[in-house]
Write a protein that binds this ligand. Structure first.
Ligand code: UT7
Length: 339
């Protein structure tokens, strides 16, 4: 018998404050038209001061546990770029908020690829019989690291959280065909030579808080948009292609392309590169912006809530982000009850 992971529940949470493009246009030199044309984004949500990443994560996690019909899980893995504190990790705080003190809980930092990396580590925990259920969360308060003077990043990112409960399943070698809810295989990669392309330069061991005044802007998130755009399409296309080959799927088998919501133009270019029609692309970026590690589970949960998936639908998940990092996996949609 081999142990593998299946999706058992899903949930998401957005903070209440919705910020339309027009509001940003009153604060910086931009326009609703530019943002919509270049990114596909119409609005995003920002957490109020006092609301932390662990607050959003715990809400999304509680909803995913409810969807799975579970009052407890055995472990919590949190993907985030915006932890509550630089030290310690945020996942133990999330576990505590969910009444899960004592369970293993840790963060995964792979920026916008974080959720795919977190899923992979959760599948490893299940496969190695460390635990029987894992709550995997992607949560961000990206608004806390945006530079209000940088229109190239401030109009793109938003806050939010999405979560999945995975549970272990036993199947014998003979009957290995991916069934409802099955996750994997994975393709993961990184290229640290590109770390300057998406970064917060100050606050770590390089530009230390204690002895240096950071160079102007270095305490904020920055991104070399045009180069990142090019690499995002190229890397995700290659990674998604690799995972399709590993899964034994063709592009025509994919019911939904559920990739990181970086930019609508990136989603459509990726679909084109993979030969997947536009109407198979899952896109909620217009309503929530780019929520980094939260974007894939948030998009999946919103589509689930809207009744867009049917059991057995085949999903291709792919992400690209800072590091640089990238990763892809496949998921067969389970028979989840609607809330
Ligand atoms: O999630 C992790 C990975 N992130 C991504 O994948 C994001 C990838 N990159 C992108 O999505 C796009 O590159 C951006 C949305 C960031 C930028 O779009 P772009 O079409 O690549 O624009 P650009 O950077 O080439 O800039 C075009 C023009 C520039 O003006 P000039 O030099 O042509 O006069 C910018 O200064 O647009 C200007 N611009 C803006 N104008 C109005 C840049 N940002 C803005 C803005 N409003 N917010």
């Amino acid at each position: 018998m081999t142990r593998s992971a299946v999706l058992a529940g899903i949930g998401s949470f957005l903070p209440p404050r919705c910020v339309p493009n027009a509001q940003l246009a009153t604060q910086m030199d931009t326009s609703d038209e530019w943002i919509r044309m270049r990114t596909g984004i119409r609005q995003r949500y920002f957490a109020e001061p006092g609301t932390t990443t662990s607050d959003l994560a715990a809400e999304a996690g509680a909803r995913a546990m409810k969807s799975a019909g579970l009052a407890e899980v055995d472990a919590v893995v949190l993907a985030t770029t915006t932890p509550d504190r630089p030290c310690p990790a945020t996942a133990p705080a999330v576990a505590a908020k969910l009444g899960l003190v004592g369970r293993p809980a840790y963060d995964v930092q792979a920026v916008c690829t974080g959720f795919v990396y977190a899923l992979a580590t959760a599948c490893g925990l299940l496969a190695m019989s460390c635990v029987d259920t894992v709550l995997v969360i992607g949560a961000e308060t990206f608004s806390t690291i945006l530079n209000p003077a940088d229109r190239t990043t401030s109009v793109i990112f938003g806050d939010g959280a999405g979560a999945m409960v995975l549970r272990a399943t036993e199947s014998d070698e003979a009957g290995q065909a991916p069934g409802n809810g099955t996750i994997g295989p994975f393709d993961l990669g990184s290229d640290g030579t590109g770390r300057d392309l998406i970064t917060v330069r100050a606050g770590g061991a390089e530009q230390r808080r204690s002895c240096l005044t950071p160079a102007p802007g270095d305490e904020y998130f920055s991104m070399a948009g045009r180069e990142v755009f090019r690499q995002a399409v190229e890397r995700m296309a290659r990674s998604a292609g690799a995972v399709l080959a590993r899964a034994g799927w063709q592009a025509g088998d994919v019911d939904w392309l559920a990739c990181h919501q970086a930019n609508l133009r990136i989603l459509l270019s990726l679909a084109d590169a993979l030969g997947i029609p536009e109407n198979r692309v899952l896109a909620n970026i217009a309503e929530v912006g780019n929520t980094s590690a939260a974007s894939i589970p948030l998009a999946l949960d919103q589509a689930h809530q809207a009744g867009r998936f049917k059991p057995g639908d085949r999903l291709l998940l792919s992400a690209f982000g800072g590091g640089l990092t990238w990763g892809s996996t496949v998921l067969t949609w389970p028979d989840l009850t609607h809330p």
